[in-house]
Design a protein around this ligand. Structure first.
Ligand code: NCD
Length: 304
């Protein structure tokens, strides 16, 4: 594995190795405190980010690597000033850093970066296309809770069209046996045909739901998502979502059905649900640190 670009191209062996390393890192973070000493990692974000950027930066510092960072690359880098291409930005950064973490609104941004980079590219989110480290931390969260990633029953909810987290996680779970997917989307925000096609080819049973009542009571996880208003383009009709997770909605689900969310939450999970033991979203966000440490260690050879 040279880069970390999307979950579709990974193998089950790659994923198992990264998840096992994430567990080791979580159990004994001090052991890795100097693993990447002398390396420099660049983070360059062309879209807003709190969790992905800060957990990556925490992961970089916790492995002993140095960090160079631009938080609002659209304004603070030459890409914003002079419309520098992704390729030129990455060519240049390849000479400054030993790995590049990049988030960009274009679906093909990570692929473009890989085409010219001489150092590992870690995709921190590319348009609505992929968010592989989010999926890794999601998988880590599910695996920790239920022990295995085989036979996962998962319901995705909300904006499944413009978001990148649901399709990335579906592609990751396709590497495991027996995955089943339910989708309860905001009207007009259904999973895109290419993702539905992907599930068909991967033989993942997929059920479209109209309400929370259509989701089986014993699903392992309900993966709620935020409406991606920043990606709405002219002419797109969007309706308000009434798909809010509340303590009442969750009454019918099993005691072990996890409620996940990549965050940030707007109002699609009621804060009164936060104290329920099934509300795992903040723990899920915290899992971003060991999993991103594992990816950095793997790509930069600090896992030995
Ligand atoms: C997600 C993203 O950026 O795709 N956030 C994150 O990385 N934790 C989801 C979102 O912004 O809604």
């Amino acid at each position: 594995m040279k880069h970390f670009i999307n979950t579709e191209d990974m193998t089950r062996a790659d994923l198992d190795e990264l998840l096992a390393l994430s567990e080791k890192v979580a159990a004994n973070p001090e052991k890795y405190a100097e693993a990447l000493k002398g390396k420099v990692v660049a983070t360059i974000f062309f879209e807003p980010s709190t969790r992905t950027r800060l957990s990556f930066e925490s992961a970089i510092l916790r492995t002993g690597a140095g960090l160079i960072s631009t938080e609002n690359a659209n304004e603070s880098s030459s890409a914003g000033k002079k419309s520098e291409t992704i390729e030129d930005t990455v060519r240049m950064l390849s000479g400054y850093a030993d790995a590049i973490v990049m988030r960009h609104p274009a679906n093909d941004s990570a692929t473009k970066a890989v085409s010219v980079s001489t150092v590992p590219i870690l995709n921190g989110g590319s348009g609505s296309f992929a968010h592989p480290t989010q999926s890794l931390l999601d998988a880590f969260t599910i695996k920790r809770a239920r022990g295995s990633l085989d036979n996962v029953k998962i319901a995705f909810c909300g904006d499944l069209k413009l978001g990148r987290t649901a399709n990335s996680l579906i592609k990751l779970l396709s590497k495991y046996d027996g995955t089943q997917v339910w989708a309860l989307s905001t009207p007009g925000m259904e999973l895109t045909p290419d993702v539905v096609d992907f599930m068909k080819k991967a033989k993942i049973p997929y059920t479209v739901c109209k309400s929370f009542e259509d989701i089986p009571q014993n699903v392992d996880a309900i993966y709620q998502t935020r409406f991606q208003k920043e990606r709405v383009t002219d002419g797109m009709v969007v309706q308000d979502s009434s798909l809010v997770i509340t303590p009442k909605v969750m009454q019918r689900f099993s005691a072990v059905t996890l409620v996940m969310h990549p965050l940030p939450r707007v109002d699609e999970i009621c804060t009164t649900f936060d104290s329920d033991p099934r509300a795992i979203y903040f723990e899920q966000a915290h899992n971003g640190v060991p999993t991103r440490m594992a990816v950095l260690l793997k790509l930069l050879g600090g896992d030995k």
